[in-house]
Design a protein around this ligand. Structure first.
Ligand SMILES: [Zn+2]
Length: 403
């Protein structure tokens, strides 16, 4: 059954992020920066949930419905390519302690593991839905979600199934930390993850991820798990170089990972490796904000030509924000990305980190996932931090949020 067509007009500023124009641009900045359409009065039409026409409003085709956005800016919906939403409990007290001097360590994850194991499926699913809704209300239309707070076969499997059903991409992160009951026999837990746990979860896993970090998994352990994923034909991504320098980024590139996430502590070889690869460097500035840590060197990555995404890393420990506009503001203020680079990284960058060609942009044929801003320009996302600027959000050409 064909759906009603929609014409969006009265657009003050439209950011399309046409991937072909981005890839073919001779201007290096043009490849990484979102730039509004040069002409005012641009309109676009949606048919069957996809962008079917873009042009001057005066030339617009007839449509069943017309949406006049009265001079507001329109951007592609954000693609949040890194989030941990299947959990119970919160760690507000740990956050408060951190703000008064206790440093962040990966071990805090075990607190959430205990709460998550004790929760039932209904509670876990409700938490994911609540957070996905929160994200949507802030302009996010595509969400990746990881497991990693179960750490038993049964608990990881149920988390992955919930992630798969409630989100756009589901990542198996059985190798988040080593659970307390395996503290004295790490190798047994690694064998469990790469064997029976992965066997149980493989069918539902879009990706396999490992927290390759001091206090989590070392290089040899990470390799064993990545090899197991490869053997099953499941693409990989990595938590890499968050808390200090390490092998994570190098391994991500070697294994052809979809993304290397965090990238906070990189040396020149890491940057060169990312720039020479298809692996997306996913930056998570909300984590540095919430752990009071140094920010990644986004400028060096961008200037070297690396593919860059930004995402929230929404999780109860190191960063409990669901807001892509907040992360954009941080990227601009704290990582010296231009507003256009930050918007590109939060949309097309995230899409590329998830291997999606149909989202993160509004070129012809793209899924009609877009946000209308209560602002004349996308620049306001960083210029007006903390202000709710989302007027309405559309997913697949249907209104999903209106404020
Ligand atoms: Zn993470």
């Amino acid at each position: 059954m064909s759906r009603k067509s929609l014409l969006v007009t009265g657009i003050g500023e439209l950011n399309v992020n046409d991937p072909q124009a981005v890839d073919n641009s001779a201007d290096p900045a043009g490849r990484r920066e979102s730039r509004p359409e040069p002409a005012n009065n641009t309109a676009f039409a949606v048919e069957d949930g996809k962008i079917a026409w873009i042009g001057l409003a005066v030339d617009a085709p007839a449509a069943d419905e017309v949406l006049d956005v009265a001079g507001r800016a329109v951007i592609p919906g954000f693609v949040d390519s890194h989030a941990h939403l299947v959990f119970a409990g919160d760690r507000a007290a740990e956050f408060a302690a951190r703000m008064t001097g206790t440093p962040y360590s990966a071990g805090g994850i075990r607190t959430t593991v205990a709460a998550t194991r004790a929760a039932d499926d209904v509670q876990l699913r409700a938490n994911v839905r609540r957070l996905v809704h929160e994200m949507a209300a802030q302009g996010t239309t595509t969400v990746e979600c990881k497991t990693g707070y179960g750490l038993t076969i049964e608990d990881e499997l149920r988390a992955l199934k919930i992630a798969k059903e409630e989100c756009d991409a589901a990542t198996f992160l059985g190798a988040h930390v080593v659970p307390a009951e395996y503290a004295d026999r790490r190798a047994d837990y690694v064998d469990l993850v790469r064997g029976p746990m992965l066997d149980a979860c493989a069918e539902f896993a879009d990706y396999v991820d490992v927290f390759c970090e001091r206090g989590a998994y070392d290089e040899a352990e990470t390799r064993l798990i990545l090899d197991a994923a490869k053997a099953r034909g499941i693409p990989v991504r990595l938590h890499a170089n968050q808390l200090g320098p390490g092998p994570g980024v190098r391994l991500a590139v070697e294994y052809g990972a979809a993304s290397a996430d965090h990238c906070t502590y990189l040396d020149n070889k890491d940057i060169e490796a990312l720039a020479g690869s298809e692996t997306v460097a996913t930056l998570l500035p909300g984590v540095e904000f919430s752990t009071r840590s140094p920010y990644p060197d986004a400028r060096s990555l961008l200037d070297a030509g690396a593919r860059v995404a930004i995402a929230t890393d929404c999780n109860p420990g190191s960063c409990y924000t669901s807001s892509m506009p907040f992360c954009i503001a941080l990227a601009v203020r704290e990582m010296r990305m231009s507003p256009g680079e930050a918007l590109m990284a939060a949309t097309l960058g995230g899409a590329r980190a998830l291997g999606r060609t149909d989202v993160g942009h509004l070129a012809l044929g793209a899924r009609a996932d877009f946000a209308v801003l209560d602002a004349p320009s996308y620049l306001h996302l960083a210029y007006r931090p903390g202000v709710p600027l989302i007027h309405s959000v559309w997913k697949n050409g249907r209104k999903s949020v209106s404020t």
